[in-house]
Write a protein that binds this ligand. Structure first.
Ligand code: NAD
Length: 442
């Protein structure tokens, strides 16, 4: 029976470990953040992810899932070790591999037999080989010749639906040079294999490339519809109808065709930057991705311009706006690279006061927006956030913002500006309630 260690218990590691435990495997989740591990041991979640708490509780109860800061013990007791630590962007856009390499070093220092080392973090092409070389050299230093294999198994889950995505993936990618390791991976994913999930088995470099190529494509698709939306605004077309008709074409698909304030999150911004850098290092320019990155930055600023222009010359710096939603998307507390960070910072620079409500974003928002703390106030719900303000800006489409009582809002707001940066509402409906409506491309 395979025993699993997952090193790094963040969004990906914790979900991976918990879901594998739910598949019936014995899993130990490791993190070097003692606070996080203590929280998990006490039954509390360090992140907000729907259904995660129940699944953790169930698997801890059945003793299939445990948590530790002791990486040595976890490595010794497991034969399959997932690396799921962060690969944040460096100043030059490249992925910072220090955490991955540190974990590889720790694994090598504690190995006591054959191990399959599985890289689940998103890493530049060639990292698997670097991990392999590092582990080999440490084993040599130790004077031991334990066998091991390195596997690339990129993750495609989306925050907010991470449990569903992990347990119902469109595909599982396994990059490996060893038949034995590929066989072990199929055993680990036995439940998915039985469910006829497509498996793509390939070499390590290809698996690493698949992840970047997929994420960059999605970022590009979002950016494409954002740019079409911008053009719709000037030519009098309605991007909702454009996207709907485009999406009906099976070659295009309706997914990722929703215009908005630009993509954000912990993956698309850093993965597009990293892919562009990998290409440049290899003497190539992926111009579509370079342009996507630029256009996405413009899109966030365009939202600020949209708001400023709507108010015209009236003293914009006297205004107070309600901000609904600051996380990079609904159903997560993650604010890494959220478009709201740029939009709110720019609005604050223009002197605007901001009353913010996000169902899960307050804790993250408090420190990430500390630089504009004089301009912001966190509120307890969407209605508090709209008390006495000049306009509202819907940035993140949480379900509860989809059905707001607009009569009540209009009654409590001082002004009537309604910026719907996710096109949640229909213009006519909002205008009938006495608001001035501004969407994206509608
Ligand atoms: P995260 O920051 O939420 O979690 C990383 C965890 O690793 C943290 O808890 C950190 O304390 C821990 N860690 C760092 N160094 C460590 C060490 N030496 N030993 C033990 N623990 C250590 O990151 P994440 O969002 O889970 O992303 C992890 C990787 O997965 C990244 O490469 C990311 O690109 C990729 N990925 C993320 C998502 C997503 O939606 N978040 C989706 C697919 C892939």
């Amino acid at each position: 029976m395979n025993k699993i260690a997952v090193i790094g218990s963040g969004y990906v590691g914790l979900v991976t470990g918990t879901c594998l435990a739910d598949f019936g495997l014995e899993v130990i989740c490791v993190d070097n953040d003692n606070v996080k591990i203590e929280l998990l041991k006490s039954g509390k979640m360090p992140i907000y992810e729907p259904q995660l708490d129940d699944l953790v509780e169930r698997n801890v109860y059945y003793k299939r899932l445990s948590f530790t800061t002791d990486i040595k013990k976890a490595v010794e007791e497991s034969n399959v070790i997932f690396i799921a630590v962060g690969t944040p962007p460096m100043d030059d856009g490249g992925a910072d591999l220090q955490y991955v390499m540190q974990v590889a070093e720790n694994i090598a220092a504690s190995m006591n037999g054959y191990k399959v080392i599985v890289d689940k973090s998103t890493v530049p092409i060639g990292t698997g080989q670097k991990v392999k070389a590092l582990v080999s050299s440490i084993l040599k230093e130790r004077g031991v010749d334990y066998q091991f294999d390195v596997v690339s198994n990129p993750e495609f889950l989306r925050e907010g639906s991470a449990i569903y995505d992990f347990t119902h993936p469109d595909r599982v990618v396994i990059g490996s040079e060893s038949e034995m390791a590929a066989k072990v991976m199929k055993e680990v994913y036995r439940v998915l294999y039985l469910n006829e999930t497509p498996f793509v088995t390939t070499n390590i470099e290809t698996a690493e490339m698949i992840k970047y190529a997929s994420n960059a494509f999605l970022a590009m698709k979002i950016t494409y519809i954002n740019e079409i939306a911008n053009l719709c605004e000037t030519v009098g077309a309605n991007v909702k109808h454009v996207a709907k008709a485009m999406g009906k074409d099976g070659r295009i698909s309706p997914k990722f065709l929703h215009p908005g304030p630009g993509y954000g999150g912990s993956c698309f911004p850093k993965d597009t930057e990293a892919l562009a850098k990998i290409a440049r290092e290899n003497g190539l320019v992926i111009s579509l991705i370079e342009t996507t990155i630029e256009a996405n930055e413009r899109q966030k600023l365009r939202m600020v311009e949209k708001i400023r222009e709507a108010f015209g010359d009236t003293a914009f710096n006297d205004k107070t706006l309600s901000i609904l939603g600051i996380t990079f998307k609904p159903k997560t507390d993650d604010m890494r690279e959220a478009p709201s960070l740029v939009i709110l910072t720019e609005l604050a620079k223009l002197g605007v006061k901001l009353k913010i409500f996000d169902p899960e974003g307050r804790k993250e928002g408090a420190w990430r927006l500390e630089h504009i703390q004089g301009n912001i106030e966190f509120c307890n719900n969407e209605y508090d956030a709209c008390e006495g303000t000049d306009g509202l800006v819907l940035i993140t489409e949480w379900h509860q913002f989809r059905n707001m009582d607009l009569d009540r809002l209009r009654g409590m707001m001082r002004g009537n500006y309604f910026f719907d940066l996710r096109n949640v509402y229909e213009r006519e409906f909002v205008e009938d309630k006495g608001f001035r409506y501004f969407g994206v491309g509608v």
